[in-house]
Design a protein around this ligand. Structure first.
Ligand code: NOJ
Length: 539
């Protein structure tokens, strides 16, 4: 047996010391951070898919449970693709599906290259992609560049030791910076005798995106999913990627520069789609020099309030003038309470008013996104501990126990209040149901490039009961008439509009709305019933 010499012992101790300095604190193993080379798979989708169609945002946890544990999963979602296809859906946005701390439904990511174990496996994900593509449905996934989970092993290591090689992956200060007040209040959080920056929540520390290694890590992660065949991403919280000062923590120029890099990466894979979330100021992110598309926050509230008030809000026209809506993603609702409550809450019993709002969404420019369950009027889940969760109840498929969502005794969250009436099976049977209203409008949008890609011309002014507009594309013209008022209304159109030139495109069987104009008036007139929607097509 060789006894280590004193010199050897010193060298061994030194080496161990160096190793300990470099190694992050013991804890969960560090997930794969290695480089990922681009291997673009062939696209299974028809060319131009990203400029037309209708997307559905899905919370996998709440959509369909396939294994009886009360939690929705990827295989459950795959089993519902036929339904989505029958609805005319051409794209899915999956809220975060990566392994997460789940403090906020997946937005606190622990491993960017692994599927959340509650949801299944990478093989399940691959199967979902293949099955969706077979049905002409694109799949984009939520990607969170701004922050990780505090339980991410990299942050845990950095938190434990200033000497962790990952310290510079996050944002630290030895003293508490003063004067900061972000939308969640104080963004500097005390941690192990220093302060770290976490704009949303202590459980979501912001990444230091000025560190090129962090950016490379994200680009590698994106390649990881692109190589598997995802069709794009929804980028979370892009308004807060970089901070320059207490007065400059939102919508900084660096945000756009980074997103443009990401856009270029996606473009190198062929036709892909990325859409960004910046509720406070979305339009700049829709620029081709930034993200290329962004959710049209604001427009949804104006559409909904027009339908509630019974007249066209000026804000609708203003948003359509001021925002590059044709490049944007439009919606009426999403998973965040600040964007609005579930329809049943907002419209109470006024389903006709809500239908007018849906028709507006599905006939205006932009790429419409639906939020799962809105097509059946899915209600709120109660009781829950926070408002966001009330919007994220289990999908209601039938009037079977637990609404057909799970065979478990109890779903992960209480069924929504109205599941016995607002469920897919009941509404499939009723041609006049809300579900079939959505289906008819989506079919119309899918069939008419003028709706998905056409020019928009308003034929109404603020405060009028009827929102009339033209959509035109390559010689095809559609005239959309939506009466928000709870009583019949007439609307004047330019005299060049003649009844004989137009045929009813939606809803089937509706009569022509043209009425004889009063003698001597140089206008054409249409008459609509209370909250009536009618779409005409030029012959
Ligand atoms: C925006 C997401 O929509 C929201 O649900 C989430 O909590 C925050 N970003 C933080 O990731």
């Amino acid at each position: 047996m060789s006894v280590p010499s004193p010199l050897r012992r010193v060298l061994a101790a030194l080496a161990l010391g160096l190793m300990l300095q470099a190694a992050p604190a013991a804890g969960a193993p560090i997930p794969d951070l290695g480089p990922v080379a681009a291997q673009p798979p062939a696209s299974a989708l028809p060319a131009g898919w990203s400029r037309r169609g209708v997307f559905m945002e899905v919370l996998v946890r709440a959509y369909q449970d396939s294994d009886g544990d009360g939690i929705g999963d990827l295989n459950g979602l795959t089993s519902r693709l036929d339904y989505l296809q029958s609805l005319g859906i051409t794209g899915l946005w999956l809220m975060p599906v990566f392994e997460s701390e789940d403090r906020d439904h997946g937005y606190a990511v622990k491993n960017y290259r692994a599927i959340e174990p509650d949801y299944g496996t990478l093989a399940d994900f691959d199967r979902l992609l293949a099955e969706a593509h077979q049905r002409g449905i694109a799949v984009i996934v939520d990607y969170v560049m701004n922050h990780a989970a505090a339980a991410h092993p990299l942050f845990e290591g950095a938190y434990d030791s200033r000497k962790s090689p990952y310290t510079d992956w996050f944002i630290w200060s030895e003293d508490k910076p003063s004067g900061w007040n972000t939308f969640s209040g104080e963004p500097w959080r005390e941690g192990n005798q220093r302060w770290y920056y976490a704009v949303f929540d202590t459980g979501m520390p912001d990444f230091n995106l000025r560190n090129p290694k962090v950016v490379d890590f994200h680009l590698d992660n994106l390649r990881f999913w692109l190589n598997r065949g995802v069709d794009g991403f929804r980028f979370d919280a892009v308004g807060v990627l970089f901070e320059n000062s207490a007065a400059g923590w939102e919508n900084q120029p660096e945000n756009h520069q980074l997103l443009k890099r990401v856009q270029d990466l996606l473009a190198s894979y062929g036709e892909k789609y990325m859409v960004c979330e910046s509720p406070s100021d979305p339009a700049p992110f829709a620029s081709p020099d930034s993200c290329g598309s962004a959710f049209a926050f604001g427009l949804q509230k104006h559409i909904l309030s027009s339908a509630k008030l019974g007249r066209l809000r000026d804000d609708v026209l203003y948003s359509l003038r001021k925002m590059p809506v044709p490049r944007m993603a439009t919606f009426l609702a999403n998973h965040d309470h600040f964007a609005g409550a579930r329809r049943a809450r907002q419209f109470d019993g006024d389903e006709k008013g809500y239908r007018a709002a849906v028709a507006t969404l599905l006939t205006l420019p932009g790429l419409p996104f639906l939020y799962y369950g809105e097509e059946i009027g899915l209600g709120q889940s109660q009781p829950v501990s926070n408002a966001d969760q009330s919007l994220r109840g289990p999908m209601s498929w039938s009037s079977e126990p637990n609404a057909g969502f799970t065979t478990a005794a109890k779903p992960f969250r209480a069924n929504v209040a109205n599941w016995q009436t607002a469920n897919v099976a009941a509404q499939e049977k009723d041609p006049a149901s809300l579900l079939n209203w959505y289906r008819g409008l989506i079919a119309l949008r899918n069939a008419e490039p003028a709706l998905s890609q056409g020019n928009f011309t308003a034929l109404s002014q603020r405060d009028q009961p009827v929102f009339a507009f033209l959509r035109e594309h390559e010689g095809s013209r559609l005239l959309v008439l939506i009466n928000y008022a709870r009583q019949p209304a007439q609307h004047a159109l330019p005299a060049s509009f003649k009844a004989a030139d137009w045929t009813v495109a939606f809803p089937q069987g509706a009569a022509s709305p043209f009425v004889a104009a009063k003698a001597g008036t140089p206008v054409a007139r249409v008459q609509l019933g209370a909250q009536q929607v009618i779409v005409l097509k030029a012959r």
